[in-house]
Design a binder for this molecule. Structure first.
Ligand code: NAP
Length: 247
């Protein structure tokens, strides 16, 4: 069975490793192409957009895909919606792998968007942006200072300074970083996963602006790579039973 794994997360790499070891499964992992040197995947990799839901549907047909695992980031909403539409159009089973969101902590300010986070910052804030490469919503806040953490270099205007780093980050290092830069505010999407930066912010009484997640497309959702692999195993088994039954 051909499986398309929509990737770009730590969990996707774990799923790829599991799929590589599954008999009867031939998987391809797909990346958007944002990271120039992606960390290793145990299955063949394709890179770049498909050309919307229609392009993805064409890819699924051309490759005779039997399943789609959408293990993209919880905030990769466009890809998730395209995967849902394309799989439904082609009639290919799709599973969303979504790591659990961080539970709300006392003192967090939950916002709906990066624009709202930018709006909420007080004058003079010293802000660690860990919300991805999108600095634009904060550009008008020339009364604040920003440190933007990213894996790849980003072209930034004057009030921003880059921090190039690849996760995971240890809590002690997060504390040291926030102390050294005199950070007063942390901006994060509610991606879930390693809470080191949140623990560090809490221990230093740094204010947290947390961007809430949207709901995933309707359909089956699991929270771990193990559950995603179990779903594939069940699918392979039901297909081979179907073939045996039909023979
Ligand atoms: P997005 O806004 O949902 O998707 C934008 C477009 O990028 C999609 O329409 C699709 O292009 C292409 N794309 C996205 N993921 C793809 C994949 N795995 N394989 C092939 N094409 C893909 O996505 P995003 O938020 O820019 O995220 C892009 C990638 O970075 C994803 O793989 C995601 O897992 C990863 N990532 C995102 C975040 C985040 O905060 N958003 C954080 C960490 C990692 P077409 O329409 O042309 O197919």
């Amino acid at each position: 069975m051909r499986v398309l794994l929509l990737a770009g997360t730590i969990e996707a790499r774990a799923v790829a490793a599991g799929l590589a070891a599954l008999p009867g499964v031939e998987a391809t992992a797909s990346l958007a192409g944002a990271t120039r040197a992606p960390a290793g995947y145990a299955v063949p990799l394709r890179t770049g957009g498909f050309g919307g839901a229609e392009g993805l549907a064409n890819w699924l047909r051309a490759e005779a895909a039997g399943a789609v695992i959408d293990a993209t980031h919880p905030f990769a909403a466009r890809m998730a919606a395209n995967a849902a539409r394309a799989s439904a159009a082609v009639g290919v089973p799709r599973l969303k792998l979504l790591r659990p969101a961080w539970p709300l902590r006392a003192g967090w300010r939950v916002v709906a968007s990066l624009d709202d986070a930018a709006e909420a910052l007080p004058r003079g804030a010293r802000v660690l942006l860990t919300s991805g490469r999108d600095w634009a919503p904060f550009a008008r806040r020339v009364d604040c200072r920003f440190w933007l953490r990213s894996i790849e270099p980003v072209d930034l205007p004057g009030q921003f300074e880059p921090i190039l780093a690849r996760p995971p980050f240890a809590m002690a290092d997060e504390v040291a970083l926030m102390r050294r830069l005199g950070i007063t505010h942390l901006v994060s999407k509610n991606s879930g996963g390693d809470p080191a930066k949140l623990d560090a912010a809490e221990s230093l009484a740094v204010s947290v602006l947390m961007v809430a997640r949207g709901a995933p497309p309707a359909g089956p959702v699991v929270a771990s790579p193990e559950e995603a692999l179990a779903w594939v195993v069940r699918l392979v088994a039901s297909r081979s039973q179907g073939v045996a039954g039909g023979a």
